[in-house]
Design a binder for this molecule. Structure first.
Ligand SMILES: [Zn+2]
Length: 215
């Protein structure tokens, strides 16, 4: 089917368009309370440095190409692309139907982004390769005023902030996950305990995910 809003192809039965966040089904509830969602924040690092050596149009073209590829990965793992802020992508997993393994899908999404970026860096032959800094955590969330588009709905959750703290503290080319996400997925993936980050009223325990790809 085609999304009525962004006209992009959506190949799976989903509650929300993975590209633009629009509700796709008539029976999608207008509010969700205390749903467990996985928040994935991905930041392109080294991009500022790269932009210094390229003209603005080329930088935009590269950025758009990467975001396009990443959006496809999010879609194929049944996530929703929630926001693009500068060179950061925020996506949400767990709101689309048939996503019982949403936390695992979020991790696999990040892993897949890394391997695509590796190809991209090889192909692009950039002076300084683009890297990723990823933070992800599961938090309960309540969503109100959901009429048409997830992006215009009110989402109350600590998930945005916690995943942001993880993302900001991640070293380049690493994925840091919080305690909740670690607990749910540690039987499937390998992690290394990193320690705790305290910012404002948040204390976030971090675990580094061991990437499957070989660099
Ligand atoms: Zn759409």
């Amino acid at each position: 089917m085609l999304c009525m809003t962004c006209k992009k192809e959506v190949n799976q039965p989903l509650n929300f368009c993975p590209w633009c966040g629009t509700t796709l089904r008539a029976e999608t509830p207008s509010r969700f309370e205390n749903v467990k969602l996985t928040f994935l924040r991905v930041d392109l690092s080294g991009f500022t440095k790269m932009s210094e050596a390229m003209i603005a149009e080329d930088v935009m073209a590269v950025l758009n190409e990467i975001f396009g590829v990443f959006a496809k990965i999010v879609e194929s793992n049944k996530g929703i692309l929630y926001q693009l802020i500068g060179d950061e992508i925020v996506s949400i997993f767990g709101l689309n139907i048939e996503s019982g393994f949403a936390p695992h899908m979020a991790i696999l999404t990040a892993d897949e982004m890394f391997s695509k970026l590796l190809d991209f860096n090889k192909k692009g032959g950039f002076k300084s390769p683009i890297g990723l800094k990823v933070g992800a955590e599961i938090e309960s969330a309540s969503i109100f005023d959901l009429h048409h588009d997830l992006k215009s709905a009110l989402i109350l959750t600590k998930g945005f902030r916690k995943s942001q703290i993880l993302q900001k503290n991640a070293a380049t080319n690493t994925i840091l996950v919080g305690e909740n996400l670690h607990k749910v997925t540690k039987g499937f993936f390998d992690y290394r305990e990193v320690g705790e980050f305290v910012e404002e009223s948040f204390a976030v325990k971090a675990y580094e995910y061991k990437l499957k790809l070989k660099g």
